[in-house]
Design a protein around this ligand. Structure first.
Ligand code: UGA
Length: 436
């Protein structure tokens, strides 16, 4: 199959490289000249384990190439994927579809022969209808079928998730389009990944419902964690105890500082907006958003509490800035409101992240000091806070940390350590939802 992938962000680049790896002929297109030039030199604009090697080997084999102009790749393609950004629109939280619509117009001007146009970007219900309308209006002779094929990969585990999906959702009732998409995913189908054909609007809603449900699960366990703390229970055991029930499932029940990232906050906001527009309000998701927003600043009060009630004149070391490990992505990272709140409460902040420090600098207050490693971050600190659970923070030399700190206080917002081991090491230790 010949594939044109429009947009080389997370989803576009990972999907393009993986499709090429399946044996398809893929051109990844992006208007950003500098990005395409860098990709052609083998420089990957995002940090994603394994992606550089995957891109390099498929470029070498001639199956993956890059372009700034979509005309040629679209004209030759059997399938054109739209994987451009759909950021939150400033002001109202709706998804901004201007890039999707612009891509549709350009595709319309260049398609030749039967072509399946597939939205991979996360787009609100009804966007496929709009893409189809735009294409048909701009080029009434175009022989296209518009399908929705949402992506469920996680940053940091993107290639694995793409190649071992729980399911593939394809929203189209057009039989010719179903055949093309089935051929594209055939290598996965052979691995038994279930492929599910639905209506286009259903596929679009599946994506939002999945992300909103996962965000709800996280927020639910975060509130249970608060209650566990006050009642002397252990949230990790509660999560395990409920998660072993297959109807609930154990994943995404890890309590922490609240969810962040480029997807959950944006997608839950957009879903709430869609619900309001259609007069079918999603009150649970509305509550999830507000609980999650409040939680990040509340984590600063947890640090304040650990230090006896005041942060004035105190130094706090923050370990981990990105919204989760194995990515350099700072979008909606809990560290941002948390650090701002720590400073508002009077603390000086010094921080370290293994990969995302450069990305963090423009997002964080200018007064934050950056350190070279975890031990430098502990140096002179009254408290150390683990915000992102990078592997290298899981086995810190506790004696060395303690020797560097002004006071041995560790606030572990990811429950990386056990209370008994920290007590033995002489730390005042606070974690999330472990009241015992
Ligand atoms: C999420 C979904 O997991 C993917 O399935 C989806 O494809 C993607 O959004 C998307 O829509 O593109 P991602 O944002 O990369 O993926 O990261 P997650 O691993 O889901 O984590 C999101 C946030 O939830 C992080 O801040 C993480 O720390 C937090 N989280 C996750 C928890 O606090 N507890 C958990 O148990 C799980």
């Amino acid at each position: 199959m010949r594939i044109a992938m429009i947009g080389t962000g997370y989803v576009g680049l990972v999907s393009g490289a993986c499709f090429a790896d399946f044996g398809h002929q893929v051109t990844c297109v992006d208007k950003d000249n500098r990005k395409i030039e860098a990709l052609e030199r083998g420089e990957i604009p995002i940090y994603e384990p394994g992606l550089d090697a995957l891109v390099a080997s498929n470029v070498k084999s001639g199956r993956l190439s890059f372009a700034t102009d979509l005309a040629g790749p679209v004209a030759q393609a059997d399938a054109v994927f739209i994987a451009v950004g759909t950021p939150s629109r400033r002001g109202d939280g709706h998804a901004d579809l201007s890039y999707v619509h612009a891509a549709a117009r350009e595709i319309a001007a260049n398609v030749q022969g039967f072509t399946v146009v597939i939205t991979k970007s996360t787009v609100p219900v009804g966007t496929g209808d709009e893409v189809e309308r735009i294409i048909k209006e701009a080029n009434p002779a175009a022989d296209v079928a518009v399908a929705s094929n949402p992506e469920f990969l996680r940053e940091g585990a993107a290639i694995r998730d793409f190649k071992h999906p729980d399911r593939i959702v394809v929203g189209t009732e057009d039989e010719r389009a179903q055949k093309v998409v089935a051929e594209i995913y055939r290598p996965l189908y052979l691995n038994q990944a279930p492929i599910m054909y639905t209506g286009r609007r259903t596929a679009e809603l599946i994506k939002y419902a999945a992300n909103a449900f996962l965000a709800t699960k996280i927020t639910f366990i975060n509130e249970i964690a608060d209650l566990a703390e006050r009642t002397g229970a252990d949230v990790q055991d509660v999560a395990r105890g409920i998660g072993l029930d297959n109807r609930i499932g154990g994943k995404f029940l890890h309590a922490g500082p609240g969810f962040g990232g480029s997807c959950f906050p944006k997608d839950t906001r957009a879903l709430v907006k869609t619900g309001q527009d259609y007069e079918a309000p999603l009150r649970i998701v509305e509550a999830v958003l507000s609980v999650n927003d409040n939680r990040k600043r509340a984590m600063a009060r947890k640090v304040q509490h650990a230090l006896g009630g005041s942060l004035r004149g105190k130094t706090v070391g923050v370990l981990g800035l990105t919204f989760k490990p194995n990515t350099d992505d700072m979008r909606e990272a809990p560290s941002i409101p948390l650090i701002t709140a720590l400073q508002d409460l009077g603390a000086s902040v010094q921080a370290y992240d293994p990969v995302g420090m450069e990305q963090a600098k423009p997002e964080l207050p200018a007064s934050v000091t950056y350190c070279d490693d975890a031990y430098a971050c502990a140096d002179g600190a009254d408290a150390l806070v683990i915000v992102t659970e990078w592997e290298q923070f899981r086995a810190l030399d506790l004696a060395q940390l303690k020797a560097k700190m002004k006071q041995p206080v560790l606030v572990d917002l990811r429950n990386v350590y056990r209370p008994d081991e920290m007590e033995k090491a002489g730390f005042t230790y606070e974690s999330v939802g472990r009241g015992r």
